[in-house]
Write a protein that binds this ligand. Structure first.
Ligand SMILES: Nc1ncnc2c1ncn2[C@@H]1O[C@H](COP(=O)(O)OP(=O)(O)OP(=O)(O)O)[C@@H](O)[C@H]1O
Length: 318
């Protein structure tokens, strides 16, 4: 049986009357990259802070790397790394000084500091930037420095809260290669993101909405088992067609992608083409085909504000 790095049951966190995280059950296997995908304010950062011991839960149980939280938070701290959304290092210190500062916080001896510093500078391509003020680094360079600092003390578990929000696609791809290298070395990674391409790279993924987990599985299984049908429609009246379709209860969403309208239909529609034809909104110039669900479709369905659709999404994983 695979060992768990994180286990949470009924984890709940309220801020006053507002419930930021609601009865969350979570199991994360060791040595995997587990993603949190959710819209703004869905509770991703709050969950991460609860799992790092930085925030106390209102209710529920959390065990991370064998430490029961919040009681064992201090014991856990040495075993985890945390990279926050914002660049949290000192702008007016050089790259080297920031690394030294973090190394001292983690109590590395001068000899360990030197060895780790040289190793990380090389892995994260920071050697030439050693004496540069951190505030003057590019977004991608800052991110590499932040990751180097987060792994300084060789944590077993890494929390990354929207780590690539300020970097371009090429740097993002490179960053993910580094994450897979870390995973290969035995590190478990929990990462929150807004990006579908990033979410699709995770071994497993939870989708959060208003503090509630609405789906939890591998990206592939989420797409294969999505309880809705997807039809691509091309026509000469896409904008008008969209307005007509989205008011139908069977239509979860209709969004334009270039020359197509991507239409999500509830699963009880057995023959999507016949259904769309029966709406009489389709004209002689309309072409339709059913297509495989994308992760974005799963996300749209999971976070749809239509409650009748929402109840179905919970069936993504019973
Ligand atoms: N310290 C706090 N006090 C009051 N409300 C808070 C606090 N921290 C978070 N919240 C609220 O909890 C909800 C979830 O916030 P959280 O930052 O966890 O979401 P998120 O999914 O990380 O959002 P984003 O993607 O925008 O970073 C929000 O409504 C937020 O305003």
């Amino acid at each position: 049986m695979t060992e768990l790095a994180i286990e949470a049951s009924n984890l709940t966190r309220k801020f006053g009357a507002m419930t930021a995280v609601s009865s969350l059950n979570l199991q994360v296997d060791k040595q995997m990259i587990y993603g949190f995908l959710g819209p703004n304010g869905s509770g991703k950062t709050t969950v991460i802070r609860l799992l790092t011991g930085l925030l106390k839960p209102t209710a529920g149980e959390v065990n991370v790397l064998g430490c029961n939280l919040p009681g064992d938070a201090e014991k856990l701290r040495r075993q985890i790394g945390y990279m926050t959304q914002k660049f949290s290092l000192y702008d007016d210190l050089t790259v080297k000084e920031n690394m030294q500062f973090i190394a001292r916080i983690y109590g590395l001896t001068p000899k360990e500091q030197k060895a780790r510093h040289d190793e990380l500078m090389s892995i994260y391509q920071l050697t030439k930037l050693n004496q540069q003020l951190s505030g003057s680094l590019s977004g991608g360079q800052k991110q590499r420095l932040a990751l180097a600092c987060a792994v300084m003390h060789k944590p077993k578990l890494l929390f990354l809260d929207e780590p690539t929000s300020a970097v371009d696609p090429e740097n993002r791809r490179e960053f993910w290669e580094q994450l897979f290298d870390l995973c290969d070395q035995g590190i478990t990674i929990l990462v929150s993101t807004h990006y579908m391409d990033e979410a699709e790279r995770c071994h497993k993924l939870a989708i959060l909405k208003n503090g509630v987990k609405c789906a939890d599985d591998s990206p592939d299984r989420l797409m294969t088992n999505m309880p809705a049908k997807v039809v691509e429609v091309s026509s000469n009246n896409l904008r008008q067609l969209k307005q007509q379709l989205i008011i139908l209860p069977e239509v979860v969403s209709a969004s334009q992608l270039g020359a197509h309208l991507r239409v999500l239909l509830t699963n009880d529609i057995v023959d999507p083409m016949a259904f769309l034809n029966s709406t009489k909104m389709i004209n002689a110039k309309t072409e339709m085909q059913t297509v495989r669900a994308s992760l974005e479709d799963v996300f749209v369905l999971s976070t749809s504000s239509n409650l009748s659709h929402q109840s179905e999404v919970h069936q993504v994983k019973p």
